[in-house]
Design a protein around this ligand. Structure first.
Ligand code: SF4
Length: 207
C-alpha cells in the first residue's frame, strides 16, 4: 500500500480527541487543495508532492498491521492523502485491523466510497468547499469538478442513520462565506449540527 507515514500520537480533533491512536497516512490524493488564505493542503507531501522521498512508499499491509499491534493503541486512524483511492488495499488493511481489535476511524474527503459496512467505526468526512479551489493552477478544473460528490456523501450519512458506523463532518473555514456553503450542503445531505466540526484555516499567529 502506498504510505506516506506511520506514527503514534493523540487524536487532535473531532469526536475521538485525546484518544491515543496509531496513524496510518496513505499517500496520494485525487484533490489539490489550496485555500483562499493561501495555505496549501496540510499534508502537501501526500497530494501536491506525493513522489517526494520523505514518503515511506510501498509498505505491505501485514507490516502496517504488525506496527499497529506493537504500538499498543486501540484506535487506528487511516488518513491521507485520500485513503479510498487504494480501494483493495484499504479493504485488506481494515479487515486486518478489525481482526486485531482496532477501533477504526477513516478520514476521507468524501469524493469516493469505501467498504465501510464491515470495518469502519467512525467515518470522518471532510468535504472541500469552494474556498479550497487552487485557482490559476493546472489542477483548478479537476479539483472543482471532483471536490463534492453528493451521492457518496449521502451514502455515508445513510450508513450513519442505519447505525452501521458513527460519523463526523469536518470543514476548513477560511471566511464567513464558507458557513453558507456548509448550510446548503447540510440541506442536501441532512447531517446534524451535532456531528459538525469547524476548523479555522489558521493563517495568522495568535498574539
Ligand atoms: S483533500 Fe485533504 S489530502 Fe487532499 S489535497 Fe485536500 S486537504 Fe490535502
Amino acid at each position: 500500500m502506498k504510505i506516506s507515514e506511520l506514527f503514534y500520537s493523540l487524536q487532535g480533533e473531532g469526536k475521538r480527541t485525546g484518544v491515543p491512536s496509531f496513524f496510518i497516512r496513505t499517500n496520494y490524493c485525487n484533490l489539490r487543495c489550496r485555500f483562499t488564505g493561501g495555505n496549501y493542503c496540510d499534508t502537501p507531501y501526500t497530494s501536491w508532492l506525493p513522489d517526494d522521498n520523505e514518503n515511506l512508499g510501498d509498505v505491505e499491509v501485514e507490516r502496517i498491521i504488525d506496527r499497529f499491534i506493537k504500538s499498543g493503541a486501540r484506535d487506528a486512524v487511516i488518513t491521507g492523502g485520500e485513503p479510498s483511492i487504494q480501494k483493495e488495499e484499504l479493504s485488506l488493511l481494515c479487515s486486518g485491523l478489525k481482526s486485531s481489535g482496532a477501533y477504526i476511524t477513516l478520514e476521507t474527503n468524501g469524493t469516493m466510497i469505501s467498504d465501510f459496512k464491515n470495518y469502519i467505526d467512525l467515518i470522518s468526512v471532510s468535504p472541500k468547499l469552494s474556498s479550497s479551489v487552487p485557482y490559476g493552477t493546472e489542477h483548478e478544473k479537476s479539483h472543482e469538478k471532483n471536490r463534492i460528490n453528493n451521492d457518496v456523501l449521502l451514502e455515508y450519512e445513510k450508513g450513519f442513520r442505519e447505525k452501521l458506523l458513527d460519523i463526523q463532518w469536518k470543514f476548513v473555514i477560511c471566511s464567513e462565506r464558507d458557513i453558507q456553503e456548509i448550510k446548503e450542503l447540510q440541506q442536501s445531505i441532512g447531517f446534524s449540527n451535532r456531528d459538525v466540526y469547524l476548523m479555522p484555516e489558521g493563517i495568522s499567529p495568535m498574539i
